[in-house]
Design a protein around this ligand. Structure first.
Ligand SMILES: [Zn+2]
Ligand SMILES: [Zn+2]
Length: 256
């Protein structure tokens, strides 16, 4: 089979230096028809991987990326990356949500806290330890510390107040703490001290200037409807009394 040079259209013999087009046409040319230099092109092309000569047709039809194609390519790459980030964020979110659900302490943070429970915390139940005979408060405290080991018995005190006749009011951080403290004092200090519980005090609110004498039921539901963020259950509140306003009998007041 005779090979014909793409340029001069004559036969390419074995003796003549020739190269093949590295483009799609793969046609052959005499080196002398395309190159006037002294470098041995066929050898060079064989030695250097990726190096090739291309005819003009193949050079002009070379695959090139248009600007718009490049833009679309970049766009699709970025959108793919963003999609994968979104997927990862959603996975993280569901992991966090599950962790919160499995941890009751953390989930309770999101529960609405009633106004009453916030105020009630300031007046937690406490224990009053009172000497049977009046004495200095410091003596009472020393006696308590000598008889009750607060650290070993894990009693966490949240407040201490002095009361009459050398007595001390001690509030613990938990109801169990109060019980434990009361029991220990009763066991170890029973001879010279009296111990009694102090219950918690619910906050009271006075509502004044009502122009109608509402029923307790109506007022309570009204309060609940207007303050459902603060009051989680209308039965948590109690209308103690509704009575006319002293200075103006046309207006009423209520203690809740
Ligand atoms: Zn030729
Ligand atoms: Zn070609």
């Amino acid at each position: 089979m005779t090979l014909i040079c793409l340029i001069c259209e004559t036969a390419v013999s074995r003796k003549q230096a020739s190269i093949f087009c590295g483009g799609p046409c793969k046609k052959v040319v005499h080196v002398s028809c395309v190159y006037a230099g002294t470098v041995d092109l066929p050898t060079l092309i064989k030695q250097i991987p990726g190096l090739s000569w291309r005819c003009n047709d193949c050079l002009s039809s070379d695959v090139s990326i248009e600007d718009t194609d490049l833009g679309q390519l970049v766009e699709s790459k970025i959108s793919h990356a963003l999609d994968s980030i979104v997927v990862q964020i959603n996975e993280l979110k569901s992991t966090i949500e599950q962790a919160i659900l499995q941890n009751p302490d953390a989930s309770s943070v999101n529960k609405p806290i009633s106004y009453a429970s916030v105020l009630r915390n300031k007046t937690v139940p406490a224990v009053i330890i009172k000497p049977k005979e009046s004495q200095d408060t410091s003596k009472t405290k020393t006696d308590i510390l000598q008889n009750v080991n607060l650290v070993a018995d894990e009693i966490h005190i949240s407040k201490i107040k002095h009361v009459n006749d050398g007595g001390v009011l001690i509030g613990c951080k938990s109801a169990e703490g109060n019980l434990k403290l009361k029991k220990l004092v009763q066991e170890k200090m029973v001879g010279s001290y009296d111990v009694k519980d102090v219950g918690c005090v619910n906050p009271r609110v006075r509502i004044i200037g009502m122009t109608l004498e509402y029923s307790a039921e109506h007022l309570r539901n009204q309060l609940f409807n207007m303050n459902d963020v603060l009051i989680s259950n209308p039965n948590d509140s109690k209308i103690i009394k509704i009575l006319p306003f002293k200075r103006d009998n046309a207006k009423y007041q209520a203690v809740v």
